[in-house]
Design a protein around this ligand. Structure first.
Ligand SMILES: [Zn+2]
Length: 237
């Protein structure tokens, strides 16, 4: 019973191909995870930015309010000064009402300012909290990313190794056979060679017709599974 030498080469090629497919999937998942981590960080960053803008807005309201109080105060002082020099009763009443209106306006502004100050304090504490949270997440994400990076750089060099090995193995193979391997591998997610056990293809788990199975066992030529096209081989126990 003679097994053609290509079978052994094809099995080696398949071992490398299986690892290549696995590593590529791992690395693709790593890339996806990296994007997920980055977008999580971005979300926290956006929250901090929003909280900072809220604080800036309320701080501006406080400043505007304080400025207006100052203006009203000056008006009151001015009116009081003018009051001392009025000659007519009508003028006197008019100024008095002006002072009164301005005092009312000042009271309203002051109670508004108290509300603004409370709001400002609240915004400040929300901002502080979200900045703290962001710093924590940032540190966590960076350490996770470093870990992932370390692992994937190991996987990448392993992938290089297998690809080089596959090229070496491929040199000993007829290009036509190599092309056949590639074509079948493409159809079956990287699996082009399959063991046959007890008349079953271990690639697709379908039964192999008895006559074909005998030929696979003889190993005089390359037999493809009628179901999945994988090149079949039989290992003597
Ligand atoms: Zn099959």
């Amino acid at each position: 019973m003679s097994t053609i030498p290509e079978i052994a080469t094809l099995v080696q090629l398949q071992e490398a191909e299986t690892e290549i497919v696995r590593l590529k999937a791992v690395l693709a998942k790593v890339e996806k995870d990296k994007i997920k981590l980055a977008s999580r960080l971005e979300q926290f960053e956006a929250a901090v930015k929003e909280n900072r803008e809220d604080l800036e807005r309320i701080s501006k309201s406080c400043r505007d309010n304080e400025l207006e109080i100052k203006v009203v105060d000056e008006r009151i002082i001015k009116s009081n000064e003018t009051l001392r020099n009025v000659t007519t009763n009508k003028e006197y009443q008019l100024l008095l009402r002006e002072v009164d209106d301005n005092k009312k306006r000042k009271d309203a502004l002051e109670s508004e300012l108290i509300e603004f100050m409370d709001e400002k304090e609240r915004c400040q504490s929300i901002l502080d909290e979200s900045e703290k949270e962001f710093a924590q997440i940032d540190a966590q994400v960076k350490s996770e990313q470093a870990e992932v990076e370390k692992q994937s750089s190991q996987d990448r060099s392993l992938l290089d190794e297998y690809e080089t090995r596959q090229q070496e193995i491929g040199k000993n193979l007829d290009p036509v056979l190599m092309e056949r391997f590639r074509r079948i591998a493409k159809m079956n997610n990287g699996s082009a060679v399959s063991r046959a056990i007890d008349q079953v293809c271990m690639g697709c788990f379908m039964n192999i017709p008895p006559q074909l199975y005998i030929e696979v066992q003889r190993g005089n030529e390359l037999i493809s599974c009628p179901q999945c096209s994988r090149i079949l081989y039989h290992e003597q126990e």
